[in-house]
Design a protein around this ligand. Structure first.
Ligand SMILES: Nc1nc2c([nH]c(=O)n2[C@H]2C[C@H](O)[C@@H](COP(=O)(O)OP(=O)(O)OP(=O)(O)O)O2)c(=O)[nH]1
Length: 134
């Protein structure tokens, strides 16, 4: 089966995290963490900084790897590295997504996450307590 390697940013601010809604493609309207495919020669950290500049027009600081999710979709196998991150510079502008929401710990289940994200969201809950106020 085709395999793709993706990086995703869990951007946090004041105890909330940013969820974005896909604006195009097979998963249009699903909620995800912004990010995209790692290109040849890039480290995952370089890829996530590049993708977030392309999608949200900000520079992020990747802080730590929260989890790597493995998920079988009908057309490919996905490996997705999810990094906790904060905005280092700029203000968020949606260049590709159709919507975005800041979600607190108790709001994480209020959007329809893509299948691969459900497990990452569960792992995130205890971390959000730590991140509160930062
Ligand atoms: N960015 C992102 N992609 C996710 C998440 N969950 C999930 O299943 N995916 C899937 C959807 C896509 O099939 C794939 C990411 O591909 P993408 O289309 O965003 O990659 P890309 O930005 O490099 O885009 P492209 O130029 O190939 O369209 O991973 C998530 O939380 N964030």
């Amino acid at each position: 089966m085709k395999r793709i390697e993706v990086v995703a940013a869990i951007i946090h601010h004041e105890g909330k995290i940013l969820a974005t809604q896909r604006g195009y493609g097979d998963f249009k309207d699903g909620w995800e963490f912004p990010g995209g495919k790692v290109e040849p020669g890039e480290t995952p950290q370089e890829a996530i900084v590049r993708e977030i500049r392309e999608e949200l027009e900000v520079t992020i600081r990747p802080e730590r790897l929260v989890t790597t999710v493995e998920c079988d979709y009908p057309k490919f196998h996905l490996t997705m590295h999810c990094f906790l991150a904060s905005v280092a510079e700029g203000s968020i502008t949606l260049l590709e997504h159709e919507a975005a929401k800041w979600l607190g710990k108790d709001e994480l289940d209020t959007v329809a996450w893509l299948p691969a994200d459900v497990e990452a969201v569960q792992k995130l809950k205890p971390l959000l307590e730590e991140a509160r106020g930062s």
